[in-house]
Design a protein around this ligand. Structure first.
Ligand code: ZN
Length: 570
């Protein structure tokens, strides 16, 4: 039994995520977690909300709530949506937890002990009207690069250039709109990442199995231009983790907090500690996943994320871990994704363009979305959601192939043989041919699931469903029944045994439908060791029930309505 630690990039707290966010980390991570559990591996699957930073404070102000209350409420909303999509996290934590406070302060202390933290006096913009510093998004103004008048202190959304607040022309406070601003000196902590460059370089070189997309991004950040730059890890804000050196106060840093990018990835560890707290476990129980001196040396750690998150996960977070000098677990494999576009453009929160997680669940069951998103996951390039493609995929793969197979054979059996599996003679050459084909597909499916080639895995699964339909068409027990009811019984027994086989293999993609199939067949969820024994698992006389319609087709009218509804305003 292998031990697999899985983390999904943690979604930011402000607002509900769209389907592109979902398929860019959480959903494929869930697929991998479910598959490994089904194979009998010990899995720890952690995600959390990313709650610090200025966007949370600004969103809370807009919602008229104190930021703590806003984050608590939004965490509950995001948790409920995660459950709706059947994301099987062992724990869905919060980066504002006391566990993350403690661990973030601990890492900062260790990094300081190792000489990797520098105190730097810098200039920041201070608002006299607001009585506070204005870091990042608290300041807006004209972009020096493209002239957009709504650039933020951290980035211009129009031209995507990364900015410092002092770069902005005609700056104003995002809180009050005040232009009564001045430049003041303030002290901040910097992580001396540049001194870890060679160590990071060697570590990345050792990852020969990583996709080129991942290593090339990391190498570019390590070597292009000035190379890896030291980064500020503190901010003049109220909301966040107070700056401490371990458990001690940090002289000169009173009233400051750690910058969100520093504490967010540490939440992967803290989230596992939160799991232990929530389940009556001990520190040893979570440390055996994260400390190679406390049992984690045999853990395989896999991270899932969008490509924009790769630099943080290949450089900054490993720098924190390596720099601590302590034996924390480093990532073994990074699965990164391109972007999902929406119907000829991009998802847009401000324009209400595209389908968001809450809307998706209000229209159709989660399995429909899971199947389309995972079978079209943007692996090797960006991919695009269109309503045509979604309708075709649901109607063909789920309704016509899988759903129809289950419905047709269970209803036919009930009408001719009653609600138990009929006997009939042993399987013949027709059944053996299907078993052989399924065995080949099963091996391929397992390989693709293990190597996280998700589209290829989906193709194998679809082909496995199709084999059953083709068998049923050829065997045609409904036409055989009158002349040779014994032969029809054998075909039926074989086809009914396919249902739990399908259920178990499909569960990582469509868990609700899998559950319906297993319940209807009164069958346990056992991963097949080989196709032959799996297809003889249910004996003659085994009772079953006919399930309700598993997948309703999407009509052309419904498709057109949904397309119009989510087109957004221009
Ligand atoms: Zn710009």
């Amino acid at each position: 039994m292998a031990r697999i630690l899985i983390t999904s990039a943690i979604p930011y707290i402000n607002g509900i995520k769209h389907l592109g966010n979902l398929v860019g980390s959480q959903l494929p991570a869930d697929l991998y977690a479910r598959y490994n559990r089904a194979r009998g591996n010990e899995v720890m699957f952690i995600c959390a909300t990313d709650e610090h930073g200025t966007p949370a404070e600004l969103a809370a102000a807009k919602a008229g709530k104190p930021v703590e209350e806003y984050c608590k409420d939004m965490h509950a909303v995001q948790s409920e949506l995660a459950e709706g999509f059947r994301l099987s996290f062992d724990h869905y934590g919060r980066s504002s937890s006391q566990r993350n406070h403690g661990l973030t302060q601990h890492f900062a202390g260790k990094l300081a002990d190792a000489g990797l933290i520098e105190e730097i006096i810098e200039t920041q913009i201070y608002s006299n009207t607001d009585g506070r510093f204005l870091p990042d998004r608290y300041i807006e103004g004209t972009c020096p690069n493209c002239g957009s008048e709504d650039a933020r202190g951290d980035q211009c959304e129009v031209c995507t250039k990364q900015l410092d607040p002092t770069d902005l022309i005609n700056p104003r406070s995002a809180i009050s709109g005040s232009t009564d601003l001045e430049v003041r000196e303030t002290k901040h902590l910097y992580l001396r990442q540049s001194t870890l460059r060679d160590q990071l370089d060697q570590w990345i070189d050792s990852k020969t199995d990583w996709p080129v997309l991942t290593t090339s991004i990391a190498k570019k950040w390590l070597h292009d231009g000035d190379g890896l730059r030291d980064r500020g890890i503190t901010r003049d804000l109220d909301w966040g983790i107070p700056v401490k050196r371990g458990t001690e106060d940090w002289p000169g840093m009173e009233g400051k907090v750690f910058y969100v990018w520093f504490d967010a990835p540490i939440e992967y560890i803290a989230g596992t500690a939160e799991w232990a707290d929530a389940n009556g476990k001990t520190d040893a129980d979570w440390e055996r996943w994260w400390r190679t001196d406390k049992g984690a040396e045999d853990v395989k750690y896999v991270q899932f994320m969008g490509k924009d998150n790769v630099p943080f996960h290949t450089l900054s977070f490993p720098a924190t871990i390596m720099g601590s000098g302590e034996p924390w677990k480093l990532v073994d494999y990074i699965k990164s994704f391109n972007y999902l576009n929406y119907d000829g453009g991009q998802f847009s929160t401000s324009k209400g363009r595209g389908v968001f997680m809450d809307q998706a669940l209000s229209i159709l069951p989660s399995d429909y979305w899971r199947w389309w998103l995972l079978s079209h996951v943007p692996e090797s390039s960006d991919s695009e959601f269109t309503w045509d493609n979604f309708q075709t995929s649901v109607n063909k793969d789920l309704a016509d192939v899988l759903g129809n197979f289950v419905s047709r054979i269970t209803k036919f059996t009930r009408s001719k043989f009653g609600e138990e599996i009929p006997a009939g003679p042993a399987y013949g050459p027709a059944e053996q041919a299907v078993i052989d084909a399924l065995q080949t597909r099963l091996s391929a499916y397992q390989t693709f699931m293990e190597t996280m080639e998700i589209r290829k895995a989906a193709n194998e699964l679809r082909a496995i469903w199709t084999l059953g339909n083709e068998y049923l068409q050829d065997a045609a027990p409904w036409s055989k029944f009158k002349e040779d009811p014994e032969a029809a019984a054998t075909s039926v027994r074989f086809a009914l045994n396919l249902i739990p086989f399908y259920a178990v293999l499909s569960e990582p993609f469509i868990p609700d439908a899998a559950d319906t199939m297993l319940t209807a067949m009164n069958a346990p969820s056992n991963w097949p060791t080989d196709a032959a024994s799996a297809l003889s698992a249910l004996p003659a006389g085994h009772a079953f029930t006919v399930p309700d319609v598993m997948f309703a087709k999407i009509t052309d009218d419904a498709r057109d309505d949904m397309q119009a509804r989510f087109a957004g305003k221009s």
